[in-house]
Write a protein that binds this ligand. Structure first.
Ligand code: BDR
Ligand code: CA
Length: 311
């Protein structure tokens, strides 16, 4: 299996991504690192442990990382995810421990201890922990297999500003470090994640699994869909973060293009905008595969089948 570290800020869509990863034998989750984003760190780390327990995996190592972006003040998203970051189901307080090590140190140590080119980082929130790990030890970038992340927006416009997507908007300086790191990057921006909507029909297929886990997942998604349905008039909310995990399992569900991507870090008008050079206007070397198309039905078939496996 592919060895992954999930870096996350749950978030209902983060939670579904974690469940999908833990249900999938193609992946070996070495650890999960929490970051401040959708909610403050003291909530995202607890939410991460709640989801591991929901999946029946209290053995997973969970680490807390950075509680604020590199330079900016933290900006959370209670309007989307609720004040706890994970509103919807009533999940018990976790009994499994939080690891004592800092998430950044765990990432550095793990990447240096595993054989070169074998660890994939999966950032599902602001890129603060990941950037700090890359900065802390310059050997990390060269040893990683790749970074597969959710972030960015171009054709769809932004969801945090007219041009910026939330994960990049919250910590654009961290995103800049990651995009310039030289690591092989695969990006899932709003351009593609907005195609993966939790329609009523798809949510009912999940509820029909009938397990307590499926019921809790349904409750999460039922809370989460409300913001987007009101704001954008869609049938369902976009399952951004699970796209990262689904691609690692079944890459044929997605289509993208290798391009150069840079992030705006200084303009007050456009800070956090991802600038995607689709037509090679700049001559800058390509640094990422920028995803643009998803097979949404294929994605939900995979997700539903895997949630059923978790029991
Ligand atoms: C991203 O922001 C968060 O609200 C979601 O969890 C996702 O990672 C989408 O812009
Ligand atoms: Ca997230």
């Amino acid at each position: 299996p592919e060895k992954i570290i999930i870096d996350t800020d749950p978030g209902q869509d983060d939670a579904v991504a974690i469940l999908l990863a833990l249900a999938s034998p193609e992946l070996e989750v070495l650890g999960i690192t929490a970051v401040a984003g959708n909610a403050p760190l003291h909530l995202t780390e607890v939410n991460t442990r709640k989801i591991c327990e929901l999946a029946g995996r209290p053995d997973i190592k969970v680490f807390a990382g950075c509680d604020k972006p590199m330079l900016l003040e933290l900006h959370t998203a209670p309007e989307v995810h609720g004040p706890t970051g994970l509103n919807g189901p009533d999940l018990p307080d976790p009994a499994m421990p939080l690891q004592g090590q800092h998430a950044v140190d765990f990432i550095v140590e793990t990447v240096l201890n595993e054989p070169p080119g074998t660890v994939t980082l999966c950032p599902l929130g602001p890129l603060t922990n990941v950037a700090r790990a890359l900065m802390k030890d310059p050997r990390v970038a060269a040893r990683l297999k790749r970074i597969v992340l959710m972030g960015g927006a171009q054709s769809e416009g932004g969801n945090s500003s007219p041009v910026a997507e939330f994960n990049i908007f919250v910590d654009p300086h961290a995103a800049d470090v990651v995009l310039k790191s030289g690591v092989d990057i695969v990006m899932f921006p709003l351009d593609v994640t907005h195609q993966v909507l939790t329609s009523q029909k798809r949510m009912e297929a999940i509820a029909a699994i009938g397990t307590p886990l499926a019921k809790a997942t349904y409750q999460m998604l039922d809370y989460y869909r409300q913001y987007d349905e009101k704001k954008y008039g869609t049938d369902g909310g976009p399952l951004h973060d699970p796209c990262v995990i689904a691609w690692l399992i079944k890459p044929e569900l997605f289509e993208g293009k290798r391009v150069n991507v840079e992030v705006e870090v200084s303009s007050p008008l456009t800070i956090g905008q991802t600038v995607v050079d689709h037509f090679h206007k700049t001559g800058r070397p390509t640094n990422a595969v920028y995803m643009r198309k998803a097979d949404a039905d294929g994605f939900f078939d995979l997700l539903t089948e895997r949630l059923r496996r978790l029991g």
